[in-house]
Design a protein around this ligand. Structure first.
Ligand SMILES: Cc1cc2nc3c(=O)[nH]c(=O)nc-3n(C[C@H](O)[C@H](O)[C@H](O)COP(=O)(O)OP(=O)(O)OC[C@H]3O[C@@H](n4cnc5c(N)ncnc54)[C@H](O)[C@@H]3O)c2cc1C
Length: 218
């Protein structure tokens, strides 16, 4: 991760900026998916997609027909946003209403992964990113399935994080107005696994006790 560049330097509320790789990594690993923005045929497009990180590289996978993967394969610049919501920040005035969040924005040019070992490692990482342990607990992918999947890699060099925590930032003069203010904590809940037809045994432990890596909302 490089020092902030002109486009990755947080200017708006710079006190919320974090350029610490450990923080960036934790946000990326905890978020289930991200949004990838790019220009396709002259128009801006933003696509939600699953990601996975290996070291300082972010991987994406999908069908060779997907617009995102087709465009990225051609070497376009992309911007990736990873977002985790931690709370509704209810202020005394709509002006100060906001959210508590941890987010990462990365910029760069994605490359097509054609090395077979790197591709398999990325596919494993994407699977295990969603359900850790699942790659080894499922039928191995066939060559045809692997060929039918495009994998792209984005180096995590031009990256920033922005983290908001804590109560609303109301003006001193508004504190005694009598309106309720505070934070409604927000987190993603994972329910009890629902077996598919023909499955009459309990779900594996990694699904029964599902949790994402990372810290609890602050
Ligand atoms: C869930 C959520 C909701 C938000 N809601 C609002 C809203 O309603 N209104 C609003 O104005 N802003 C909101 N923000 C903040 C928003 O993401 C931007 O930070 C803000 O709008 C300023 O954008 P900018 O491009 O002008 O900032 P600048 O500071 O000029 O951005 C410069 C660079 O800083 C980095 N950066 C900026 N924002 C982020 C970020 N969120 N995470 C990581 N790096 C970042 C990027 O590299 C960017 O290119 C929200 C953020 C999150 C995560």
């Amino acid at each position: 991760m490089e020092a902030p560049t002109p486009r990755s330097e947080v200017r708006r509320l710079p006190e919320l900026a974090v350029y610490d790789w450990e923080v960036v990594k934790a946000i990326i690993d905890e978020a289930l998916f991200c949004h990838v923005g790019f220009i396709d045929d002259g128009s801006p497009v933003v696509i939600p997609t699953i990601h996975a990180r290996i070291g300082t590289t972010l991987y994406f996978h999908g069908s060779p027909g997907s617009r995102m993967l087709r465009s990225m394969k051609a070497g376009v610049e992309v911007s990736v946003a990873v977002t985790i919501l931690d709370g509704l920040v209810v202020a005394r005035t709509p002006f100060e209403q906001t959210l508590n969040y941890r987010s990462v924005i990365a910029f760069g040019e994605a490359r097509l992964v054609d090395d077979p070992d790197e591709k398999m490692a990325a596919l494993r990482a994407v699977t295990d990113h969603v359900t850790p342990g699942r790659w080894d607990d499922s039928r191995p992918s066939t060559e045809k399935e692997v060929t039918a999947t495009v994998v792209l890699a984005l180096p995590l060099t031009e990256v920033s994080a922005k983290v908001r925590t804590g109560p609303p930032a109301d003006d001193e003069a508004d504190l005694e107005l009598g309106f309720w203010a505070g934070v409604v904590p927000l987190s993603t809940a994972y329910g009890e696994p629902i077996p598919d037809q023909g499955v009459n045994w309990p779900a594996p432990g990694y699904l029964r006790d599902y949790s994402r890596p990372g810290r609890s909302p602050a």
